[in-house]
Write a protein that binds this ligand. Structure first.
Ligand SMILES: Cc1cc2nc3c(=O)[nH]c(=O)nc-3n(C[C@H](O)[C@H](O)[C@H](O)COP(=O)(O)OP(=O)(O)OC[C@H]3O[C@@H](n4cnc5c(N)ncnc54)[C@H](O)[C@@H]3O)c2cc1C
Length: 392
């Protein structure tokens, strides 16, 4: 078994994990990022989820800043999207808010650049498969890659696996959810244009979203179920192509798949048992321990403070969660699981992990004010009043 040791170990390299690793490394901590695929970005890139949802409230006020905004702009660095004019409207449609459509491949190469520039040690093609707990503290995780099995120790860990794998492997009673079948693919379609982008004519996204098979109730945390979910999605896509060819309007030469998702497209799988679970209807609520703001992408004029306690597990020290495995229920989870909020909680988790590692403490022993202060200094407003809005 190979052995390695870091100050901060970030598990899972989706948007949340990438943001956490960048935030930690920028604070001078020796930081590892463990990712089972060979891409960072997770669902946003490997999963072909190409819409970076809004950083604004839909009424002209930007609410999410910091790394979430840096990464939104980074997603466009190697083309071809543009930031829309977003300040003009009240009650704006999602497409007219501060959000972008990006090329997943462009985003991947920029994320590599950002992580390496920050000094993060990336471990691609490395699967996290066990968590080692000593005296109530997470001491190390076990991984497998081409070198075999290894143990990676850390002063502090971030669970950004999307599925709360680190917490689950440590024996914590995580909370599971249900998923509808989804299948987004990138295809060539004659005459089609990349949504909003006229420059790559012929490329379109095909999305079978939550409207299909809503009753299916797939949790995404059972090994066999994951395979069935992936095969069902591809089967639906194949049927769609066959139907289009049979109707005679399209043929295999002017409608065909370009890229399929290399990650199962589960929205909500498992989240940590946290000190606080963000609940439906808690938009506009003041939380003393807020780490930043997130807007509801489905409707304008709904803004949430995200409490630090929703990222801190109960029953295990040295771990903080980020992204879609932070604790939130139904409606609130719709807000915390998406790309901008994953970047926000990722930045907060990486910042807190760095503070904890450098101070020889566990994240749950940190003063919330110290985390908020560091987040503010990095450009993140913490409370609604800081962007001119008011808690209700
Ligand atoms: C169908 C669908 C549509 C969506 N639409 C949108 C949208 O339009 N806009 C939007 O903003 N969001 C959308 N989302 C949500 C969004 O894409 C993700 O929820 C968000 O990117 C979450 O990021 P994350 O980093 O928390 O998790 P993930 O993206 O899931 O990242 C987790 C990472 O951890 C890695 N990992 C997991 N387990 C292990 C392990 N054991 N060992 C090593 N690595 C591991 C994974 O490979 C992955 O890279 C959608 C999601 C789905 C499924």
């Amino acid at each position: 078994m190979f052995q390695k040791s870091y100050d901060v170990v970030v598990c899972g390299g989706g948007i949340a994990g990438a943001a956490a690793a960048i935030a930690s490394a920028r604070r001078g901590q020796k930081t590892a990022l463990i990712e089972k695929t060979v891409f960072t970005g997770g669902l946003a890139t490997a999963g072909l989820i190409y819409i970076y949802l809004p950083l604004c409230d839909g009424n002209g006020t930007q609410v999410t800043f910091g790394l979430a905004e840096e990464l939104l702009l980074a997603s466009l660095k190697y083309g071809p999207g543009e930031v829309p004019e977003w300040r003009k409207e009240k009650n704006a449609e999602e497409a007219n808010r501060y959000r972008v459509i990006f090329s997943p491949a462009s985003f991947i190469i920029t994320l590599d650049e950002f992580l390496l520039e920050a000094g993060v040690e990336i471990w691609y093609d490395t699967l996290l498969c066990a968590s080692n707990v000593e005296g109530g503290r997470l001491a190390s995780v076990e991984v497998e890659n081409k070198s075999g099995r290894g143990r990676i120790a850390g002063k502090c860990f971030v669970d950004a696996t999307g599925d709360a794998d680190v917490a689950h492997f440590a024996g914590l009673p995580c909370v599971a959810a249900q998923n509808a079948l989804a299948h987004w693919a990138l295809e060539y379609a004659d005459g089609a244009q990349w949504r909003l982008e006229k420059s790559i004519t012929g490329v379109s996204m095909h999305a079978d979203g939550g409207s299909v098979d809503k009753k299916r109730g797939v949790t995404g945390i059972d090994g066999r179920e994951v395979t069935r979910f992936v095969l069902d999605g591809r089967n639906k896509y194949r049927e769609r192509l066959k139907k289009a060819y049979a109707e005679g309007k399209k043929s295999r030469t002017n409608l065909f798949p370009l890229t399929l998702p290399s990650m199962a497209q589960f929205r909500t799988t498992r989240h940590i048992p946290a000190q606080y679970r963000l609940r439906d209807g808690e938009d506009w609520k003041h939380f003393d321990d807020s780490i930043g703001l997130a807007a509801d992408w489905r409707k304008s004029g709904h803004v949430w403070e995200i409490p630090w306690r929703s990222m801190v597990p109960v029953g295990l020290q040295n771990l903080v969660a980020a992204g879609r495995c932070t604790a939130a229920e139904e409606d609130a989870w719709e807000v915390t699981r998406v790309i901008p909020t994953a970047a926000l909680t990722g930045e907060a988790a990486g910042t807190a992990a760095a503070l904890a590692a450098s101070g020889g403490r566990s994240p749950d022993e940190l003063s919330v004010a110290a985390i908020q202060d560091a987040m503010r200094k990095a450009g993140n407003p913490i409370h609604l009043e800081e962007v001119g809005l008011e808690a209700k």
